[in-house]
Design a protein around this ligand. Structure first.
Ligand SMILES: Nc1ncnc2c1ncn2[C@@H]1O[C@H](COP(=O)(O)OP(=O)(O)O)[C@@H](O)[C@H]1O
Ligand SMILES: [Mg+2]
Length: 245
C-alpha cells in the first residue's frame, strides 16, 4: 500500500499542434493566441518554432534563412533543416510532450515538404528518410494550415517588416507564394485525419475563434474533458435519482 501511495503517476502525454502556412498567414500571431487560451484553460503549453527551438537549431536557422541553399544546393540545405529538427525534437518537443505539456510549433515537417520538396524538388525519398530519423513516429496530433490569398499574406509580411530587408522567402513573387499555398492545401487534403485548413482572413480574433473551435473539436483540452466528464457524471446521477436507483 505504502509503495502504491508514493508511486508517481505518469502525466498524460501532451498534445502536439503544428501551425503551417505561407508568409504573413498569421502563424506567429495565432500561436500566441492559442497558447493564451490553453493556459487560461489550465493546460501547460510550450510555444516553439522551426527552424529553431534550441540554441543549436537557432544557429542553423540563421544559416538556412540567409539563403545558404543557393550556395550549397537544396539537398544539403535539407540536411541542415533535418539536423536542426533532430535537435529540436529530441531536446525539446519529445520531453515536453512526455511531461504532459502541450507543444505548439510554428512550422514543422509540412514546411519541409512544401519548400524543399515541392518547390525545391528534393527527392521525396530523401525527405522520407530524413523524417524517419528526425521525427520517427512523433507526428503532430493536429496541424492547422492557415490559408490566405498570397497577396494578402505578402502585404501583411511587408507591413510587419517595415523598412527592414525582405528575407529570401518574402523576396519571392506572388506566383511563388500561390504555388506554396496550393502545396499546403494539397498536404491538408492528403492528411485529413491530421490537418485542418483554417480560413486566415478577417481579424486576428476571428481567426483565433476558428482555431479554438477546431482545437476543442479535435483535441478537447483537459479542463474541458474534465468538465464534460463531470457533466456526464451529474447527468447519470440525475437519471439514477429519477429512476429511484
Ligand atoms: N488577421 C490578421 N489581420 C491583419 N493583420 C494580421 C492578422 N494576423 C496577423 N497580422 C499581421 O500580419 C503580419 C504577419 O503575421 P504573422 O503572425 O507574423 O504571420 P506569419 O508568422 O505566418 O508569417 C504581422 O504584422 C501581424 O501583426
Ligand atoms: Mg512567423
Amino acid at each position: 500500500m505504502a509503495r502504491m501511495a508514493t508511486k508517481q503517476r505518469k502525466p498524460a502525454r501532451g498534445r502536439f499542434i503544428t501551425f503551417e502556412g505561407g508568409e504573413g498567414s498569421g502563424k506567429s500571431t495565432q500561436i500566441r493566441k492559442l497558447a493564451e487560451r490553453l493556459e487560461a484553460a489550465h493546460v501547460a503549453t510550450l510555444v516553439t518554432r522551426e527552424p529553431g527551438g534550441t540554441p543549436g537549431a537557432e544557429a542553423l536557422r540563421h544559416v538556412v534563412l540567409s539563403g545558404m541553399g543557393k550556395l550549397i544546393g537544396v539537398e544539403l540545405e535539407s540536411l541542415l533543416f533535418a539536423a536542426a529538427r533532430d535537435d529540436h525534437v529530441h531536446r525539446v518537443i519529445a520531453p515536453a510532450l512526455a511531461a504532459g505539456t502541450w507543444v505548439l510549433c510554428d512550422r514543422f515537417a509540412d514546411s519541409t515538404r512544401v519548400y524543399q520538396g515541392i518547390l525545391g524538388q528534393v527527392d521525396p525519398h530523401l525527405l522520407d528518410a530524413l523524417e524517419r530519423v528526425t521525427i520517427g513516429d512523433l507526428k503532430p496530433d493536429l496541424t492547422l494550415v492557415l490559408d490566405l490569398p498570397a497577396d494578402v499574406g505578402l502585404s501583411r509580411a511587408a507591413a510587419r517588416r517595415g523598412t527592414g530587408a525582405a528575407d529570401r522567402f518574402e523576396a519571392e513573387g506572388a506566383p511563388f507564394h500561390e504555388r506554396l499555398r496550393q502545396a499546403y492545401l494539397q498536404i491538408a487534403r492528403d492528411n485529413p485525419e491530421r490537418c485542418v485548413v483554417i480560413d486566415a482572413t478577417g481579424t486576428p480574433d476571428d481567426v483565433a475563434d476558428r482555431i479554438w473551435t477546431t482545437v476543442r473539436e479535435r483535441l478537447a483540452p483537459p479542463s474541458e474533458r474534465a468538465t464534460k466528464a463531470n457533466a456526464k457524471t451529474r447527468a447519470n446521477a440525475r437519471t439514477k435519482a429519477r429512476a429511484g436507483a
